[in-house]
Design a protein around this ligand. Structure first.
Ligand code: MIG
Length: 840
């Protein structure tokens, strides 16, 4: 002991001021340091090759720049030292279409001008730095200097950096699951997928890597997506020196510059670039009930029964890790689930789909079929010395499949066969795929671990951030192959840009607090504009237990999160320390978080919230389809709705859900009123139908059982009767038509909610063209697709109609209706879909 202390002292005395990394130019011939770096920045341009939609410029000191126009408003920029890497990306969607064939190149003396139709770039000849202009010649974005490539003797390339100039009023959004303020100016954030148990607003990095941000500068919105999987760092002018810095700890500078000018257009373009999910099965948009864990079997079944008994709608129940035999993936605990297949059948008969967990860590144990097979085939990650990467997770020492290898993904994806096809588990939940490793400070693999990386090779520094995404790629494709009639449902914690094509996401291990309700609100908005619409949080909080009021408010917010699930740690110990073997908890240790666990009054409120979700499902499903066809984020921060309104720059409580609903969640205890800023246009209170014409501000009196929701004038919101689950047959639908003086177009989408019939035109799209509310009202309907809607009754509510009608013509025939002068709403019932309506 004494010896050790002495040593530390001596080290301190001598080396206290010595930096760990020194510039090679500052090191004399006989000096030695821990590591020494060299920086390279491009100097003057010496060659330019320009062809088709691209140009390639090289600097005298061997920095390469490739500029490629992809669409009229999107250009790809790559810088590399010595040579460009082989082009490969996990993020870019294969179906993304480049639409630009040619561009203009001009020599402007001190710069090259490379111009597309709506966007042009000036490249300074002295250092290859770039400025971006829109078609009106307005400067949108500009480098603050040349890029920098740093390498060190010990580590090789460690940094690729680029700096942008930023004016003080410019604001920033995006970046995936960050938990701090929605607007990013002043923040420094990193991307390195991390198991962030009980994170807070100041914790960074978190579980996900989405290196994509939006800038809003003097009214113009643009986006920058850095497609680089290494650990990366963003600094949004935290030092107030008017600079936004990005650097990755390896790889190239490889970014996509996307011009809006609407922020929503930028989000849509990004979604087209990196892809969108397939339509989920309808049940996955219902309500999900989860905890860590429901076991044994009878408890799992009784939770499902309890929902039906209490008439609270729910579509799925979850099995967390304890259903496995000693945490071995693809096995089932004989003790707790002696008859899992029967149990799943039993809850299925009650209308529940079952979702179970599969982790990436495979218990390193001879005789366990997954380990034996993976080992034999060489499918597990290895270190540079050829040995397996072994590390402790739930089952203790594990090996980890290398999901960056297609063969491995195929093998792993097929392992779901018994659970999916025989036991009829409906969906899978991939957790711990950052990848998480217990007991070491880094919480993950060491850098030296090697990955296949689709034949390109790379160490863990390069593959870490895409590990989880490729796990879900394996799961989703595997499920599709195992049963091509069912739409896969996959839920994941770790992702990289583009992973939205394979799985929905939740925001990880949050806490039962009002602050966390708001964090989940911010995170879901941020994820949504960053390509991940199908997102939600652990409602009520994963750690700790919410008050009844907090639980209810969170369930009310969750109605408007595409993924709607209660989840909690379920017991009073902090499970993060790890357990040896699953044990059945007694009531005393348990912390129940079912909708009825908070007393009768809260249960009623919770039931109302969940019922509202089911009533809104046709709107939510339409919104999902719009997300797929247009790339429009399902939830959008208010600034994305009206970027001319300064009040929305930092608005993070209120948000848009789908195209036409404005949601103002209650994020404080005991709140009595709530002030809501309305965007441009006319709005209606969704419940009272009170109309707000050209009003920019409302003070809403709050009730316990709803949160404020507003509908856009000129929208049609489809509404279902309450159901207990989505497999229950429907007989009627209501279309709530929010009338406007201006001509409006609304859109409705429906299909079977399962399978792929929609690929063969088995869907129905309904377009509503309508106008008027003061003296007349006219509506025309067009439909598309071959799907037969299941309804026997069609109800229409014309909301905001200011006159008592004399005549109502439905498809040319005089018809009866009912007018409520107080609420200014006209109600119409029909046995078939109306295709023409005229009211005067
Ligand atoms: O180390 O499977 O975020 O949702 O319940 C904890 C147990 C592992 C973390 C997940 C959480 C899940 C828990 N898991």
């Amino acid at each position: 002991m004494a010896k050790k202390v002495k040593k530390i002292k001596r080290t301190k005395e001598i080396k206290a001021v010595e930096p760990a990394l020194v510039n090679v130019t500052d090191v004399g011939q006989h000096e030695r340091f821990q590591d020494v770096y060299t920086d390279v920045s491009p100097n003057e341009a010496v060659t330019i090759r320009s062809k088709d939609n691209w140009a390639h410029i090289e600097s005298k000191n061997n920095v390469h720049l490739k500029i490629e126009f992809l669409t009229d408003t999107m250009v790809r920029i790559r810088y590399a030292y010595k040579a460009l890497e082989e082009d490969f990306s996990y993020a870019i969607d294969k179906s993304f279409k480049k639409t630009v064939k040619t561009k203009k190149t001009e020599d402007l003396n001190t710069a090259f001008l490379i111009a597309g139709k709506q966007l042009s770039c000036k490249i300074a000849k002295k250092d290859l730095s770039i400025s971006f202009y829109n078609d009106a010649g307005k400067l949108i974005n500009q480098d603050a200097g040349p890029c920098v490539f740093r390498s060190t003797i010990h580590k090789g390339f460690v940094k690729a950096e680029i700096k942008k100039k930023s004016i003080k009023t410019e604001t920033f959004y995006g970046l995936g699951d960050k938990s701090g303020s929605l607007e990013l100016r002043g923040q420094k954030l990193s991307n390195w997928n991390t198991d962030a148990f009980a994170y807070g607003a100041d914790r960074d990095p978190l579980y996900k890597t989405i290196p994509f941000y939006f800038g809003l500068k003097s009214g113009d919105g643009y986006g920058i997506f850095h497609d680089n999987t290494y650990r990366s760092h963003f600094d949004f002018d935290s030092a107030s020196n008017s600079e936004v810095t990005y650097h990755a700890e390896g790889g190239e500078i490889n970014y996509y510059f996307i011009y809006g000018p609407e922020l929503t257009s930028v989000a849509e373009q990004y979604a087209k670039l990196t892809g969108v999910p397939e339509l989920p099965p309808m049940w996955a948009l219902g309500f999900h009930q989860c905890r860590w864990s429901y076991y044994p079997e009878h408890r799992f079944i009784s939770v499902a029964e309890e929902f039906r008994k209490r008439k609270i709608p729910c579509d799925s129940v979850y099995l967390d890790i304890d259903y496995m035999e000693g945490f071995r993936c693809f096995t089932v605990s004989k003790k707790f689930f002696p008859n899992l297949k029967k149990a799943i059948k039993k809850v299925k008969d009650l209308g529940f789909d079952t979702v179970v967990m599969i982790d990436p860590g495979i218990k390193a144990e001879e005789g366990y079929f997954v380990y034996d097979e993976g080992l034999k085939q060489g499918f597990f990650c290895k270190r540079t010395d050829g040995n397996l990467m072994l590390g402790p997770v739930w089952p203790d020492v594990c090996a980890f499949p290398d999901f960056t290898n297609k063969k491995v993904r195929k093998w792993f994806g097929a392992l779901y066969e018994e659970l999916y096809n025989d036991f009829e588990v409906s969906g899978f939940w991939n957790d711990m795929n950052e990848p998480a490793v217990f007991k070491v400070k880094s919480g993950t693999f060491p850098d030296e671990v090697l990955h296949h990386y689709e034949g390109h090779g790379g160490n863990h520094r390069k593959a870490h951030n895409i590990y989880g995404m490729q796990m879900t790629n394996s799961t989703q494709k595997g499920l599709k192959k195992l049963n091509n009639k069912k739409r896969p449902f996959v839920l994941t914690r770790a992702v990289y840009s583009g992973g939205q094509r394979y799985a929905s996401v939740w925001t990880g291990d949050n806490i039962a607090s009002w602050e966390h309700l708001q964090i989940s609100n911010t995170q879901v908005q941020r994820l949504s504009v960053s390509g991940y619409s199908f997102a939600g949080s652990d409602i009520g909080g994963f750690v700790d237990q919410p008050t009844p009021e907090l639980m209810s408010r969170w369930l009310q917010l969750g109605v408007f999160h595409p993924f709607y699930r209660i989840h909690s740690i379920g017991n009073r110990e902090d499970g993060s320390a790890g357990v040896d073997e699953a044990k059945v908890l007694t009531e005393k240790d348990r912390m129940d978080q079912e909708p009825w666990s908070f007393g009768a009054k809260a249960e009623k409120i919770n039931k109302t919230a969940i019922e509202f979700r089911y009533q809104l499902l046709p709107y939510i499903y339409t919104t999902f389809e719009q997300h797929i066809s247009e790339g429009t984020p399902m939830t959008r921060s208010m600034i994305f709705e009206d970027q001319t309104n300064k009040k929305f720059i930092r608005e993070e409580r209120d948000f848009m859900f789908g195209r036409d609903l404005l949601v103002s969640p209650v994020n404080r205890a005991k709140a009595k009123t709530q002030k809501v800023n309305l965007p441009k246009g006319n709005w209606y209170n969704f419940y009272s139908y009170e109309s707000f014409e050209n009003k920019r501000f409302v003070n809403v009196k709050l009730t316990e059982d709803t949160i404020p929701v507003f509908a856009r004038a000129g929208s049609v919101i489809p509404f279902h009767p309450v159901r207990q689950h989505t497999k229950e047959k429907l007989k009627e639908i209501t279309f709530k038509i929010f009338a406007d003086e201006q001509a409006s177009i609304a859109y409705y989408y429906e299909d079977k909610g399962e399978g792929y019939g929609y690929e063969k035109k088995k869907f129905k799209k309904i377009y509503y063209d309508f106008v008027g509310k003061k003296e007349s009202f006219d509506l025309k309907v067009r439909t598309k697709g071959k799907y037969k809607l299941p309804y026997k009754k069609y109800k229409y509510e014309i909301i905001g109609l200011e006159f008592e009608p004399n005549v109502l013509l439905i498809d040319g025939k005089k018809s009866a209706c009912e007018y409520d002068p107080e609420r200014k709403v006209l109600r119409i019932k029909s046995n078939q879909m109306v295709s023409k309506m005229r009211i005067y």
